[in-house]
Design a protein around this ligand. Structure first.
Ligand SMILES: Nc1ncnc2c1ncn2[C@@H]1O[C@H](COP(=O)(O)OP(=O)(O)OP(=O)(O)O)[C@@H](O)[C@H]1O
Ligand SMILES: [Mg+2]
Length: 381
């Protein structure tokens, strides 16, 4: 049986990388600027499973293709360990590309103490002989490393994923910014960081200029054409045919969310027996996919809000803005007291379940992006 190409899991690179043209263009412009000597850093911001990790991986591939040294990591460290983590990662890259000899040379120059080359799997084992904070040896290290590789590489790109999750966020960000400013004259180094929407607020609260320093780009859902490619390109690989009408129905349910597309694609292929995907496959595949998404995401997310808030959310029509009054009428029929609707809408908005339109003729109205979540609510309430 043919392999199922879809990747229905967080952090898994998709079988067909769709869209993100704006983000890729912005990244390539910054790569060019870096090669010309100006470092511009980036922050990729987006809701859960919208594709941050996959985009960072794509950036890594692009940067490597442009002849830059790259290092990707997930911010599972405490802030204090960040620099040694990055040094280990870059060192491993240098060793892989240029051999252990060059790495030995660099580490001697910057008095790295316990640099055993086989050590690099063991993060945190790396010790700097300087008793100073790790930031000082980090600068030294980067500048020396850059001096050794600058004839061979056009720059260094460090990508840090899920940075909003570090506990000592403010110190970490300020240290990162300080370090990159200090090396800017002597090394070509660029940072790309990524995190949930709260990353933006956290940066702003910590120190407003951070938002200018790490220029934020908000990741949105895929548009219809991009979503279609994300579904149909991997399907082609399986040799299975699907009617246009079924594709349209499926894409509507996914509302451009790349993770849902992977889930649906995966279960469609799993349940389909023949060479053509049928109406029955779509229904069964949909149920299985929804069940999986519910276990992985929805149940946990919905446990963050009350039953009443779930009822209020369930009356929203996906993709169509409706007023507080209309919501109150509909929710009233489901037994929600109209006097509580305003407060519940505020909580739903704060927790990212819906948006309130802030301009145009629908100003003040509410809209929910996620048709699938609303569909699921309809089933469980
Ligand atoms: N551009 C894309 N085209 C097609 N599929 C994508 C794209 N980006 C992400 N996906 C798919 O969507 C799912 C989620 O992607 P990813 O893990 O990159 O998101 P994330 O924002 O990092 O998630 P998390 O919040 O869990 O960290 C994965 O199954 C991935 O393969
Ligand atoms: Mg991720």
């Amino acid at each position: 049986m043919a392999r199922n190409p879809f990747s229905p899991s967080s952090g898994m690179f998709p079988p067909y990388f769709s869209g993100r043209k704006r983000e890729i263009e912005a990244f390539e412009m910054k790569l060019n600027a870096l090669e010309d000597g100006t470092a511009q850093h980036m922050a990729i911001i987006g809701e859960w499973a919208i594709g941050k990790t996959s985009l960072l991986r794509k950036f890594e591939e692009i940067a490597a293709g442009h002849g830059l040294l790259t290092y990707y990591c997930v911010a599972r460290f405490r802030g204090g360990e960040m620099f040694s983590n990055i040094v280990s990662g870059i060192s491993a890259e240098i060793q892989r590309e240029f051999g252990a000899g060059l790495l030995q040379k660099i580490s001697k120059t910057v008095s790295l103490e316990s640099l055993s080359l086989t050590l690099f799997g063991l993060k945190g084992e790396l010790k700097f002989s300087s008793s100073d904070s790790a930031a000082f040896p980090f600068r030294e290290y980067i500048v020396h490393a850059w001096n050794e590789i600058k004839d061979k590489k056009k720059g260094i790109v460090i990508l840090i994923d899920d940075l909003d999750t570090v506990e000592d966020f403010k110190e970490t960000m300020l240290a990162l910014r300080a370090a990159s400013m200090e090396v800017a004259q002597n090394a070509r180094l660029m940072f790309v960081i990524a995190g949930a929407p709260v990353l933006f607020d956290k940066m702003y609260d910590a120190h407003a200029p951070l938002v200018r320093f790490f220029e934020p780009l908000q990741l949105s859902r895929l548009n219809n054409e991009e979503a279609k490619l994300a579904l149909t390109q991997p399907l082609k690989e399986t040799g299975k045919k699907i009617d246009e009408g079924l594709v349209t129905r499926l894409l509507k349910l996914c509302s451009g969310h790349p993770y849902y597309i992977q889930e649906f694609g995966y279960y469609l292929v799993e349940v389909s027996k023949g060479t053509r995907i049928t109406e029955g496959d779509l229904e069964l595949g949909f149920r299985r996919a929804l069940n999986d998404v519910a276990i992985k995401i929805f149940d946990k997310r919905l446990s963050e809000i009350s039953k009443t808030q779930q009822k209020v959310l369930s009356v929203l029509t996906p993709k169509k803005a409706i007023s507080q009054k209309e919501i109150a009428d509909l929710a009233g029929r489901a037994g929600v007291l109209s006097s509580t609707v305003r407060r519940n809408l505020r909580v739903l908005k704060e927790k990212g379940f819906l948006n309130q339109i802030d301009k145009g003729e629908d100003k003040g109205k509410y809209i929910a992006e996620d048709s699938l979540l609303i569909e699921y609510l309809g089933q469980i309430l």
